[in-house]
Design a protein around this ligand. Sequence first.
Ligand code: NAD
Length: 487
Amino acid sequence: MALSFDPDTIQLPKGHFIGGRYVDAKGVLPMRRPSDGITYAEYPVADADLVDQAVSTAKQALKDSGWATRRPRERTNAMHRWADLIEVEGETLARLEAVSSTRLVGQLIQGDVAVTAEQIRFFAEFADKEGSDLVPTANDSLGMIMTEPYGVVGAITPWNFPLSMAGWKIGPALAAGNAIVLKPSEMTPFSTLYLAELAVRAGIPAGLINIVLGDGPTTGNAMTGHPDVAKISFTGSTAAGSAIMANIARTGVKPMTLELGGKSPQIVFADADLTLAANAIANSILVNAGQACVAGSRVIVEQSVAEPLIAAILARMQTIKPGPTWDETSDYSPIISERQIHRIDAIVQAALDAGAECLAGGKFLDRKGYFYAPTLLSNVGQDSPAVMEEIFGPVLTLQTFTDEEEALMVADHPTYGLAAGLFTRDLSRAIRLTRRLQAGTVWVNRYSRSRDHILPTGGYKQSGIGKDLGREAYQANRKSKSVLINL
Ligand code: NAD
């Protein structure tokens, strides 16, 4: 099947998606394709009135459809039909995602599209399996913990994995009986719009999923501060998460889950399978050109095996095939924007000025669009900007250690605690260190999620509050009521 396409021929969904239809929206801000830097569309910015329209539509749709009160299996079945349609329409979704984002069309069908459909099915199954609990009380009374949906949930997603981030948010909210208003990133909104359109085509009542386009300060603020948005689910940078907390504190209290930034370490011991470790490390920084929250960007290796590990990582870095996201033979992504590629380079140059040694990359790739060479920096201290800052690009730093205590000390980051990788054949050590690592996820002898979706994801420290994925994400979309009845 030929997936490559001409980006100029793609029909983009037009406007916000509210109440099951596209609402005409005037584009105001230019959108550029990361693969060639060409301006190809303009995006609209929903103001407070439009956000209000989306929220009231969601509220009314909940009431009219009885989504929260109908037999839960009906929610499950409708969501399964939606997941089936996502797969049928996989090519269209993949192209809409690839045209604006950094995701490669050749990887999207088996990757992001399949994962999104699986996530919808995974969460759909909670609707008729997770319920209220009877609790132990005296014999003359009955105690219950009842759970209920929140009503209208507000979600905000980043640009880096638009489809699967939308699946993380919409799947549990909908299965739990809520309606949702989602604001995708202003840089990558199109696949999310089409995802919502497919939901309506699959029989999910119109108005339960609404997509509003816009930026953080206008649209995002209006959403997080809206009195009828009962809960916020956010994925993005720590800075934006902090601004959202402040806005919620200012406009009224409501629960929120925040999935934020990271600067994750990968610790390699001398007894590890070095080939496996080098591949996992290189892949974690090459996939999406390192533009992943969990990118394992800090390699911390036992001194005695630093040399062979570096050689293996460098060899893997040389195999990349950069190319436009719409060419199915490309295997290395562009950087999302001109601003971001310059930010990556500025941090690398600052690290070099502070004494880092560049073992690979450290420069733009000489081609159209925003491509940055896979970069490996050694001779960096804990205070190097390349070690401290979330770079969100294809940049690895390399530090060494001589014992476990030193490895843990170097791995600990003052701000972030999203994920960590451990490579060792010593099981006791793996468990000992896993217990002490300050991270919401620890991967041992691998550096990637499984596709089971059951393990929750979220951060320690300023990498976030609450979890996406797993049972916890479903539960976070329901509130609980304690009931005590005298018999
Ligand atoms: P970003 O914070 O700039 O934007 C994310 C979203 O928030 C966008 O939709 C943006 O419009 C919106 N936004 C920005 N300011 C806002 C405000 N004040 N109020 C409401 N909404 C606002 O992040 P980004 O550049 O799109 O994505 C990259 C970041 O996301 C990285 O820090 C990365 O680590 C993080 N991320 C985290 C996870 C996770 O699971 N922890 C997953 C993916 C990405």
